[in-house]
Design a protein around this ligand. Structure first.
Ligand code: HEC
Ligand code: HEC
Ligand code: HEC
Ligand code: HEC
Ligand code: HEC
Length: 199
């Protein structure tokens, strides 16, 4: 009797240890590594695009110089929201805290790359004829902003690494590490030197 129990102890302890390390690796480590930060207000893409019939370019325009304008300035929102149209909390924040005092909204950019990496929308969208979805997934059709998460060590948005901590992503647009930029360039016959992206 004694002997059998003794013989089982090793595998059981190993099993418990193995389970614990899985739990730590998959759940506790990401929780400790990433910090959640709230967006200044909720924003609904679907309402403006599908219901109001606006196009991406109405808000995410390219200037005449070709330069991508990014997230629209608050003056764009003021075209319709100078006074509240509806009754949601998000719109109340928009009007009272940003439009009326004419203050820019400090949106957190999920895809933000580190300052030392150069990226141009004109090269990819205007010249490369790529779709927003190739890199941003369905954000342009979303009804709600998801939680923005930042890596506590690097200060980078979690989207650079992608949601899956293993680095294996379930959707092609998830994650935008350097090797991914380079892999797509490679596939299209581009061999860029470091200086193309690190200026
Ligand atoms: C009425 C203006 C408006 C229109 C129209 C609009 N957007 Fe946006 N977009 C915003 C605002 C405001 C944000 C910042 C909040 C957020 O992250 O969603 C944003 C953010 C984004 C981002 C987030 C970038 C990042 O990494 O954080 C993407 C991608 C995007 N828009 C794509 C689209 C696409 C694709 C369309 C067309 C289908 C579209 N948008 C139409 C206003 C607009
Ligand atoms: C062309 C007009 C137009 C423009 C430009 C516009 N909106 Fe709206 N927006 C609307 C309409 C219409 C509604 C629906 C109002 C309602 O019935 O609640 C709305 C609703 C909203 C709401 C409340 C809905 C919700 O789900 O909480 C927010 C917040 C909002 N817009 C933010 C913005 C921001 C930020 C911008 C600038 C980037 C912007 N809008 C630009 C027309 C516009
Ligand atoms: C080849 C991939 C790719 C494509 C295609 C692409 N984007 Fe982006 N987008 C990025 C990257 C990478 C960033 C972050 C850039 C940075 O931080 O310098 C970004 C940032 C943004 C931002 C935030 C900009 C800012 O600096 O505030 C918006 C808004 C956005 N993209 C919208 C769009 C829209 C709309 C389209 C389609 C017309 C589009 N993107 C197509 C990769 C892409
Ligand atoms: C899915 C494919 C794809 C991805 C992902 C991608 N690129 Fe590109 N990139 C292209 C293509 C295609 C071109 C060439 C466009 C042209 O000039 O015809 C290009 C061109 C460039 C150029 C040269 C621009 C110029 O004006 O000479 C730079 C710099 C660049 N990409 C940086 C990046 C960075 C940084 C990332 C990652 C954050 C990235 N790219 C991700 C496809 C991609
Ligand atoms: C096609 C664009 C591209 C090319 C070419 C490229 N990089 Fe990068 N690199 C990036 C992007 C985007 C990042 C930020 C995302 C990440 O950390 O993977 C990055 C990050 C880095 C980092 C980490 C910096 C940090 O702040 O985390 C180093 C180091 C680096 N690159 C070195 C190089 C060297 C050396 C070369 C040439 C052999 C090179 N890169 C070529 C796009 C590129």
């Amino acid at each position: 009797m004694e002997n059998i129990i003794v013989n089982y102890r090793g595998p059981i302890i190993f099993g418990i240890g193995f389970l614990l390390s899985l739990i730590i690796g998959w759940f506790l480590f990401p929780m400790a590594l990433y910090k959640s930060e709230a967006q200044p207000l909720q924003y609904n893409h679907k309402l403006h695009v599908t219901d109001q019939g606006m196009s991406c370019e109405d808000c995410h325009a390219f200037a005449e110089s070709g330069a991508f304008q990014g997230i629209p300035a608050v003056s764009k929102c003021a075209e319709c929201h100078a006074e509240p149209i509806g009754e949601t909390d998000a719109e109340k924040i928009l009007v009272e805290e940003y439009i009326t005092p004419n203050k820019e909204i400090p949106w957190k950019v999920y895809s933000r790359q580190p300052d030392n990496a150069y990226f141009s929308h004109a090269s990819h969208v205007t010249i490369g004829k790529m779709d927003c979805k190739d890199c941003h997934g369905s954000q342009g059709e979303s009804e709600q902003l998801r939680t923005y998460q930042v890596n506590r060590i690097s200060g980078y948005s979690r989207d650079i690494w992608g949601p899956n901590i293993s680095g294996i992503q379930s959707e092609s647009w998830q994650g935008m590490k350097m090797d991914k930029c380079i892999r797509c360039h490679d596939d299209r016959g581009r061999r860029d030197g470091c200086i193309a992206c690190h200026k």
